[in-house]
Structure formats: C-alpha cells, structure tokens
Design a protein around this ligand. Structure first.
Ligand code: ADP
Ligand code: MG
Length: 699
C-alpha cells in the first residue's frame, strides 16, 4: 500500500508529465499520497441557485443558472477583454474575462444552459462577475457538489490553466486508483474511544463532502491524527530528554533566601507567586535540568519570583543571571533588585553594551572568579567573553524577544546546562505553549498582587478630546505622570512620526505648566535613554512616544496611558501598553483615542474588549478569535517536528488537549513500544519521523 501512495502523479488520469511538473513545482505535490493530503482551504455552499433579481453587492460567491445571450469584445492591447451577457430569465448580468480570451471564445456558446459561479459586483446599473467559473448545467447536475471545496492556487498554476476544479477532478481520479487499499493509521481502539471515523472515509469526505455533517467529522478525524502524532513525538522526546539531561541539585534553602524572605521582602507574596516558587524549587532539587516558562500578566510580580529563585541558586554555591531584552529594562531590573537586596551581603552587577572599559573588565574578572553572584544584563551576557565561574541558574525576561538560538548559548556557559526560567507576559494557551516550546514546563502567575485597582479603560472619539485633556490635567495636578503613545509602522513611518511631532507640539501648548518629553525609534539610543531617564526621574510629566515603551518599563508613578489612534494597534499590543500603568495601588486610566468616523466592526469589538476586561488571558483569546491565529500560528508552526496540514495550533486547542492526553496514555502504557494494538502507531510515527511520509510542504 505504501506503493500506491508513492505513485507518481503523472500516471493519474488528467495529470500527465506537464501538469505533474506544475503541481510539483507549485505545491510540491509529487505522489498520489501528496495529492490526497492536499486539503481544501475552504468550502462554499453550492446547494443554492440565486436569481439575478435578488443580487445585492454584499453577497459573497453565488451561482446562477441561465444562458449567454451574446458576446462582446472590448478594449485593445493589454486592455482587451471579453464580455458575455448572461440571463436567467429574471435579469441580465455581465460576465467578464481579461485573460484566457482564446479559451473563452472556443469554449462557451450562446443559448446553452450553464451554471456560473462567482462574486457579483455592481457596475452602474448592472451586476458583473469577473472570471466566473462556468459549468455545463447537465454536467453539474450529474455531479452535485453541495459543498464545493477550494484548493490553494498559485499564479503559476493559473498560468497553466489549473483551477480548483481541475485539481478536484484529479483528486477524484486518484481515489479511483486507490480503491480501498488505504491502510488505517490509527488503532481501532483509539478510533472507538475518541469517536473518530476511518481514514479512507475521512479523506474522501474532506475532498467530496456530501453533507454538512460528514465534513466536520472528516476534518476532526484528520486533525486528531495530526495532533496525536505531533504530541506523541513531542512527549516522547521530552521524556527522553528529561531522563538524559542531568541538572544541578540545589538541595538546600539557605541564608540568602531565608534572610530575604523574612527580613527584606517588602510585601507578602501572592499565593500564585508562592506556588511558582515551589514549582521551581521542586525542579531544582530533582536532579534534572529545569526548563520552565513562567507566564504572568503584566504587573503580576514575576521579578520578585525570579529574584528568589536566583537566591536559591546562590545559596547552593552557584551564580545566577537575569537577561532582559533592552538596556533600559536591564537597568531597571538592576535598580529594582539592588533596592530589594539592600542590606544583604550580595554582589550584584550590571552588564550591558554600554558598560565599557575598566568597569567592564572588572566585572568580567569578578564574574570569572565567582565574586559576582548575580549578573543582570542584556544579550551582552551571551557573548563568549562573558565567562562565569559556576553559572547555575538563568532567568530570561520577555522571552519573545529572544530567539531559541540565543537561549541555547546560555546553556553552554557551564559544563552542565544551568536551570532556565523564561518569563513572559504574553499569554499563550497552556497546551499551545507546551506544544510550541516542546519540553518547557509551564508555570502561571494567575493572580495580581492585592489592592490593585483594575485600570479603567475609556474610549474617546476625537470630538471628546477636550474631556480627555481635562482628565489628564486632574491626574497631573496630583503629581502623576502620563504616557501618550503613537503608532509607528514602517510603511507609513513619515506620516506616523509627523503625527507624533504634531501631538507633542499640541500637548506642549495645552499643558504649558508641565514638561513634556518624547521618545521614538528614530532617535539615537542615547537620546532615547536620556528621555526615558528624565521621565523615570519625574523631570518630565508627560512622555510622548512610539511603542518603544511597550516592553516592561516600570514607572509606578505613571497613572495614565493615552493611546493615540488606538484602532491601529492589535489587542495584545494594547494590553501590553496598558500594563505600563496601574502598577501601584491607586486608580489608573487607559484612554483609547480614535480619529475615524466609522470604525470597522472588528475594531469596535477590539476597543470594547479593552474597556470591558483587564484579564490578559481573556484578551489573548479574544485576540485570536478576532485576528485569527496569525503571528502566533506562524512562529509556532516553524518550531514543529511535522508540518500541520489541517489542524490549527490555536483554533484546535480542545482537540489538541484530547490528542495530547491520548498520546501520553499510549506512551505510559507502552513504554517498550511492543503492544500489538499499538503496532500501527509506532509504525506510522517511524514513517513520519523518517520523512517517508512527507506530504510535502505548502507554505
Ligand atoms: P511583571 O510581572 O510585569 O514583571 P513586576 O515584577 O514588575 O511585574 O511587579 C509589578 C509591581 O508589583 C512591582 O512594583 C512589584 O514590586 C509589585 N509586586 C510584586 N509582587 C507583589 C506582591 N506580592 N504584593 C504587592 N506588590 C507586589
Ligand atoms: Mg517584568
């Protein structure tokens, strides 16, 4: 049966050497198996035939049944096109072609019954359809496709006059060759337990869904299989790794930790913080190397958790380091940690790109000799010149700014890899995190320190800007500070910077009694730092900036975050920005400003979500719903051992958990991989791993 799946597509009816080359080049489809696993990206309901009189502009694709009354050639040279007047008895629309004119002339005839399918658009009084799909009515009647699948088409394929329909026909022929020779790839007991349809049936139904029930069932089965093997692979690797990689054992809780906990900790820890510290301690004692992701919303108090874990390492005779993505952040961490550790006999140092000359030399020397116990810095820490005497624990803040490779470099700073704690405020659903980061364990701080008032978020239309200024003034008068953030994207950089400058000038005018500073990406790093520093020192009360402040800056005295052109920011970004205020016990505000008269439905929803909730997890979920998996999906996919062809990491989280549980059970019950009922599983996994099954990669 492996033979049938690896059959060269050129031998399938309707393909031949020419088309085989196109399919291979454009979509990487080389074999019959590739073809079967090339899934439609959408389906359109074709059970309904519309009438010309009922057409409106907001209709999506529709089909009409009627005849061509007449053709007309128009335009010259590259503008040349063909029009056909198509009537169904209730009215007339124009069909228009700009390409493939020869084909149109030779194929379509007047006064023949056709079904045409396309998106109607109004031009003047009449509707028109560009490049419609046309089928002879009697043929369409013979092969009804209530749900028509659509396959990815590339320009190259269109040039070779491939259509989604052609591909579907070829796939139909492939199924004819296949017959019932396809072997099941999941054991019967799993199919039964998870109520899944067979492979053959599911594959067929995904290409030729006969009714609206068969399709979701087929898709569920195929997705489950993908996710199951994905999880099986990830889980078996992490089990392997955990048994392989030894970790330093931090057996004791010593004086640094205890002294800090009992005498220096400025506030009681939240239960969530305590729980995470416990989880880390358990890892550090286990004898295995820790790789842990710490997720906690902005302001949830990750820093102190990181610090206490560093103290554990120090108590056991190891050095620790904390790496931040920017100099400002590294400096802030350094200042915070020093303040918290005041009065304790610990040697903490800061190393960034701007620490130079003698100071730098000294730090490197002391680090090597083990005198520095805790080093805070930027990626300057991963340079080869930075040598630790005995690095045992690494904290990485705001992980999404660091690549996996950079992380790996830190591992090599000791003979045996140090324990690693990666901290992020970007909430990712748990299953997704475990899948993307493979063998990272996940801890969550799901609780804010007590006494925090939820930030009040208000949406202002430009017309209400006066009210907004009033609000700002009230806060400024009580000694508070205000951020005003402008969007900046490369494509519209000039006009964006202009908007920022204009806004800056206007604020200077409106608030002559306060001083206004600005920071943006086009300033020199030193200028930026100085402007930030002035704000931190309260020399400026209002800071106008682009999103350079997005990550981690901590100015607890700032209580207002104004976000200009809020409609241009994504939800996740808005949430990150808002997290820059509300870091103390007082009421803080986030003011979203928009300047457009008619905001789109999604934008309204987005701003609405911001005004309704401050819960990062709720926002992350809404974000995915509104935006689709997008970014996360992209980065996530690139780290996977196999490419997902039908399942979706973000959209299919429930099925993913189900698949993960199933995979975990199989691994536990069949460690030796020799239970007869699982033979098909291990065989299939082996095939996938060896790339024997490589249903190519469309990307
Ligand atoms: P983030 O998780 O965003 O990095 P931080 O660690 O910067 O958050 O903490 C935000 C603020 O909350 C800091 O000012 C910190 O001192 C304070 N904080 C942290 N934990 C607690 C706690 N348990 N009780 C009160 N305040 C806390
Ligand atoms: Mg932080």
């Amino acid at each position: 049966m492996a033979d049938i799946l690896s059959l060269d597509i050129q031998y399938i009816k309707g393909v031949g050497p020419m088309r085989a080359r196109v399919l291979q080049k454009e979509l990487g489809i080389a074999t019959l198996g590739d073809l079967l696993y090339t899934f439609p990206y959408k389906y359109i309901d074709r059970s309904r035939i519309h009438h010309v009189v009922e057409l409106t502009e907001d209709l999506p694709y529709v089909q009409l049944r009627g005849q061509i009354l007449d053709f007309e050639q128009a335009g010259v040279g590259t503008k040349k096109h063909i029009k056909a007047f198509f009537s169904d008895g209730t009215g007339v629309i124009e069909l228009v072609w700009f390409k493939g004119l020869k084909f149109v002339e030779n194929t379509y005839k007047v006064n023949q019954p056709y079904i045409v399918f396309g998106k109607p658009q109004r031009y003047g009084r009449r509707f028109s359809m560009a490049h419609p799909e046309i089928e002879k009515a009697d043929e369409a009647d013979a092969h009804p496709t209530p749900l028509q699948p659509f396959y990815t088409m590339t320009d190259g394929m269109r040039r070779a006059s491939f259509s989604s329909k052609t591909l579907q026909k070829i796939i139909r022929n492939a199924f004819e060759i296949l017959g019932d020779q396809l072997n099941e790839t999941l054991p019967a007991y799993l199919l039964e337990r998870h109520q899944l349809k067979g492979l053959q049936e599911s594959l067929f139904n995904v290409h030729f869904p006969t009714d609206s029930m068969a399709l979701p069932e087929a898709r569920r089965r195929l997705k489950f299989e993908e996710l199951f093997y994905l999880q099986l692979d990830i889980l078996s690797q992490s089990t392997q790794r955990k048994s392989d990689s030894k970790g330093f054992v931090f057996g004791q809780v010593g004086c640094a930790f205890n002294d800090f906990f009992y005498h220096h900790l400025p506030f009681p820890l939240t239960d969530a913080q305590k729980r995470v510290i416990k989880e880390v301690r358990k890892d550090m004692r286990s004898g295995k190397q820790m790789n842990r992701l710490l997720q906690g919303d902005v302001g949830s108090g990750k820093t102190v958790v990181a610090l206490m874990c560093c103290l554990l390492a120090i108590d056991n005779g190891f050095q620790a380091c904390l790496m931040a993505p920017t100099e400002i952040l590294a400096e802030q961490h350094f200042a915070t940690l020093r303040r918290m550790l005041e009065g304790m006999d610990l040697n903490v140092a800061l190393l960034t790109g701007s620490v130079k000359g003698k100071t730098r030399k000294n730090i490197l020397q002391q680090l090597k000799e083990g005198e520095i116990q805790l080093l805070v810095g930027t990626h300057a820490l991963i340079e080869p010149t930075v040598v630790f005497q005995n690095l045992g624990f690494v904290v990485i803040d705001e992980q999404h700014r660091f690549g996996v490779k950079q992380r790996a470099k830190l591992w090599e700073k000791n003979l045996q890899p140090p324990h690693i704690l990666v901290m992020t405020a970007t909430p990712i659903p748990r299953t997704l995190a475990m899948t993307v980061y493979g063998d990272l364990d996940v801890s969550v701080i799901d609780q804010l320190p007590p006494g925090r008032k939820p930030i009040r978020t208000i949406h202002y239309d430009e017309r209400d800007i006066g009210k907004l200024y009033e609000g700002m003034r009230v806060e400024l008068r009580t000694g508070r500070q205000v951020y005003v953030v402008y969007p900046l994207i490369e494509e519209s950089e000039r006009s964006d910077l202009l908007a920022l400058e204009t806004g800056y000038a206007r604020l200077c005018e409106v608030f002559p009694d306060f001083s206004v500073g600005k920071v943006h990406g086009k300033m020199k790093p030193q200028e930026k730092d100085e402007a930030m520093q002035r704000f931190i020192n309260k020399e400026t009360q209002i800071l106008v900036s682009t999103t350079v402040i997005e990550v981690g800056v901590n100015v607890p005295n700032a209580s207002v975050m104004v976000i200009e052109e809020a409609d241009r920011f994504g939800l996740a970004q808005l949430h990150q920005l808002r997290g820059r205020v509300g870091r103390g016990a007082d009421q803080s505000f986030c003011l979203l400003v928009t300047h457009k008269n008619n905001l789109s439905e999604t934008t309204r929803r987005r701003l609405g979500v911001m005004c309704e909730t401050t819960d990062g997890f709720v926002i992350a979920e809404e974000d995915m719903k509104l935006r689709g998996p997008g970014d996360i999906e992209g980065t996530a996919q690139s780290g996977l051992p196999f490419k997902l062809r039908i399942a979706n990491l973000v959209g299919d989280t429930i099925l993913m958990s189900e698949a993960r549980e199933a995979a975990s059970k199989v691994l536990k019950q069949d460690m030796a991989r020799n239970l007869p009922q699982n033979a098909v599983i291990w065989h299939q996994l082996g095939q996938l791993k060896n790339g024997v099954i490589d249903y190519s990669a469309i990307s």
